[in-house]
Design a protein around this ligand. Structure first.
Ligand SMILES: Cc1cc2nc3c(=O)[nH]c(=O)nc-3n(C[C@H](O)[C@H](O)[C@H](O)COP(=O)(O)OP(=O)(O)OC[C@H]3O[C@@H](n4cnc5c(N)ncnc54)[C@H](O)[C@@H]3O)c2cc1C
Length: 246
């Protein structure tokens, strides 16, 4: 494996398993001695070296892309990468070609996009955001009330967000399907949130995924429903024309 300056700060790991979870969802398990005993909070992400970069940048860090940790058992770290198909870059390429035994380096789990106490929880986002919402939902106390609006292109791309008994819990998760419409500025997702019969008082909202859609949903919550901005946690994962948001 090629050595870069930042390698001293990064953890070495290798691909343990790769699974095609859905037509455009690659489930990749990473393992390695340095991945044992990491601190992880559901909703946090890791940054991976997914390939080379031009010139001096390559010598420094290579190309980094950020992925939410879907699950971590104290040794193996699971990621789910969406093959977005529009002008795919090094992250999607890495996921498509990753094979068991491949070596790579990554940073420890980090980030503040994690659940917070609230009267209830509201999750909204698309394919990439659902990767964060799975572990966040699983980590909620059994009595927590949760609402969710998830939008994916086709029903095949849904992740199993409530396999551990979600239907028996106080959760109301709704799905909409774009059927080829763009995921950026997705008004159908905003309309789905608008249609929710939420309690009168604000809860805590988690908005991840495409940046412009996040802005539209935040505006709806603050302007139409009177939520304070501090009750809304946002994490843009991507937006058209921008490479490798962090
Ligand atoms: C905190 C955080 C967590 C993230 N977690 C995940 C995750 O769990 N799973 C995951 O798949 N991604 C996740 N992402 C997005 C991921 O980091 C990459 O941005 C994504 O995989 C695209 O990388 P790329 O190298 O293929 O494309 P880039 O080189 O980054 O971009 C190339 C082009 O593709 C477009 N593009 C990028 N993503 C999409 C998309 N989803 N749909 C349509 N067009 C797109 C860009 O706008 C750009 O025009 C996360 C991002 C952040 C910041």
């Amino acid at each position: 494996m090629k050595r870069r300056l930042l390698d001293r700060l990064l953890l070495p790991a290798r691909v343990n398993a790769v699974r095609q979870l859905a037509p455009r969802m690659r489930h990749i398990t990473l393992t390695g001695a340095e991945l044992a005993g990491l601190t992880w909070q559901p909703g946090q992400h890791v940054r991976l070296q997914v390939g080379a970069a031009p010139g001096a940048v390559d010598w420094l860090v290579g190309t980094l892309r950020t992925y939410t940790v879907w699950d971590y058992d104290g040794e193996n770290l699971e990621l789910i990468v969406y093959q977005h198909g529009d002008d795919e870059g090094p992250g999607a390429d890495w996921a498509r070609t990753a094979r068991p035994g491949d070596e790579l380096r990554l940073m420890k789990p980090e980030g503040s996009f994690v659940t917070a106490p609230g009267a209830y929880h509201l999750f909204a986002g698309e394919e990439t955001a659902q990767v964060a919402y799975g572990p966040m939902l699983r980590a909620l106390p059994a009595t927590a009330r949760a609402f969710g609006c998830l939008e994916v292109d086709t029903p095949d791309e849904r992740l199993d967000l409530d396999s551990d008994g979600g239907p028996q819990k106080n959760w109301d998760l709704r799905w909409t399907f774009r059927q080829g419409r763009p995921a950026a500025s997705a008004t159908t997702l905003v309309d789905a949130v608008r249609a929710l019969d939420l309690p009168a008082e604000p809860g805590v909202a988690y908005l991840a995924g495409e940046a412009r859609t996040i802005q539209l949903i935040r505006r709806h919550l603050t302007e139409d429903r009177g939520w304070p901005r501090r009750a809304i946690r946002t994490k843009p994962f991507w937006t058209p024309g921008r490479k490798g948001l962090d």
